[in-house]
Design a protein around this ligand. Sequence first.
Ligand SMILES: CC(C)(COP(=O)(O)OP(=O)(O)OC[C@H]1O[C@@H](n2cnc3c(N)ncnc32)[C@H](O)[C@@H]1OP(=O)(O)O)[C@@H](O)C(=O)NCCC(=O)NCCS
Length: 279
Amino acid sequence: LSLNFTARIARRSDYSKIVRLCNRAVGPDDYVLFGLADTIERGGLFLAFSGDQLVGMSNFTRTIDNAGWLGMARTDPDWRRKGVALFLQNEKGKYAKELGIRKFRLFVLSTNTASLRACLKGGFSKVAEAAHMSISPKKFKNNEIQFAHIDSKNSLRDLLRSKYALKMNGYIPYRWNFLKFMPGVLLEIQRRGELYESDGLKFILTEKLEHEGSHREFSLLEGSFERGVSSVISVGKKLGCDSLGAFIPFDHYLISIARKFGFRDDSWGWHCIVLEKKL
Ligand SMILES: CC(C)(COP(=O)(O)OP(=O)(O)OC[C@H]1O[C@@H](n2cnc3c(N)ncnc32)[C@H](O)[C@@H]1OP(=O)(O)O)[C@@H](O)C(=O)NCCC(=O)NCCS
């Protein structure tokens, strides 16, 4: 089906063409536009051309469990249903294999039929479901809370049996990605100082995320959800976060608890379908 498209990785000089593509494909509020210069700099933004016309794009990064993470798929409205997205998936597949990557992963909002179907047609299957929710901890009263980094390697084995990871089919959200939850992943997160405990609860709380002010993401690993949510809000406040977010298992009961604490559903991620493909 591909109509002689060519692909290459974006360069700085492509900046304005990419801005135009995002504006046409999504609109001026497209989140991709906010960190675009850095995305180009990181060297994983694939562009598809027909002749010298930019017709589509999609980004590629590497996760800490050595999967390829795909995102920012955009096809120019005049070029939809012509195989651009599938062409880019294939091109990135070849590139990733050369890097020794054996899996692709991504998430799509459940209502984004075009994207979901393009992924299924490209050989992806659903592996987990989650809801992304956010809160501003600043609104909360100061609450004295003890918390500490988990430094000992001994306690990690139990964490791998996290009921929250089980609810997500053995995957765990980390930053804006989902990872297969395994010992190496937990060790790396611990090495980065992002593994915490507080009052019998264990959770990942990331460093501040780039381009997000003082936003951090958390994932609860052990302990009651209700206490977990409330403690992480206090820890977040203490660490000076303006906003705190989490992908939680897509479970109506857990979502209702998070809402009770003031978490809001994010329109871009209220029901994320996590998909994976073997290369
Ligand atoms: C999602 C998107 C990138 C798909 O790009 P595309 O180049 O049109 O996709 P392709 O032509 O490669 O389509 C491959 C398959 O996906 C499915 N598909 C794509 N668009 C579809 C649509 N609107 N409705 C139903 N199925 C669709 C079809 O199965 C299609 O194969 P077919 O045309 O042979 O039936 C494009 O619609 C887009 O830019 N959307 C706006 C941005 C966005 O939502 N990005 C994804 C964020 S996760």
